[in-house]
Design a protein. Sequence first.
Length: 317
Amino acid sequence: MAEAKQERRTDYGPPHYEQFLPPIIKKNYGKWKYHEIVKPGVLVHVSETGDKVYTVRAASGRLLSVDKIRMYCDLADKYCDGHLRFTSRHSVEFMSPKEEVVDPLIEELRAMGHPVGGIGNAISSIVHTQGWVHCHSAATDASGVVTAVMDDLIEHFEETKLPGKLRIALACCLNMCGAVHCSDIAILGYHRKPPMLDHEYLDKMCEIPLAIAACPTAAIKPTKVEVNGEKLNSVAVKNERCMFCGNCYTMCPSMPLADTEGDGIVIMAGGKVSNRISPPKFSKVVVAFLPNEMPRWESTTACIKKIVEAYAAGANK
């Protein structure tokens, strides 16, 4: 009975990260002396014990198919004893204590279409939200915009010729689950029109009190409307108080916000979370509105490229 109690599992939370560490990382945990950038996209960490671990960082999509993940796993099995990791900015990193695997690994990644870089004075992968692939309140796409922007800026990912690190983020609506409020350059999807009201079905599909409570600016109130000669419970929106966040649509499908002409992109810049040189600060709007120009978002990519080139040419180093 005592043995059964000892073996009984009581914690059903996430497994401890330590069991997933590569052996070289686990052996030298807390003993790393320094790290260096060997070349663009490649780091070496050196331990007090003399051990070294080489890291190759490659760009990766945020939304991955099972086939793509299996391709990564095959590379990890071939070069890194089965170990890899994903960064918080959606890059994929392969770690190995063997320096001789670095160059062939890079060659295979590039053959698969994955550029290597994003380390040091470079643009890292753009962190972004779901966009039209999944999010119901998106004012712009995420993966499509990010792909178009990085196609134009890929040289700054693969090389380290910028004055410093550069972080770009995208959020597809102003609820900003992409943390664009604190990035160097931010791409923000923005609705410019209040929600449309489908009075005929609103009371049938929605809990009206929840839709009212979801509004952060108290712009929604209950009302009665007449549809086809019948009095129906519905809501009214005070347009001048609406901040176009889409929270009401989250609670009520009869209050859609998406609009071809009204939806677009706002460009922000200057956000930071570190306290180096100056305190943390929020991003500020630099371009108030750009239209959605599928599939390549020409105006948005040209604007961001211009900002990056101005930074590269004139920033203090």
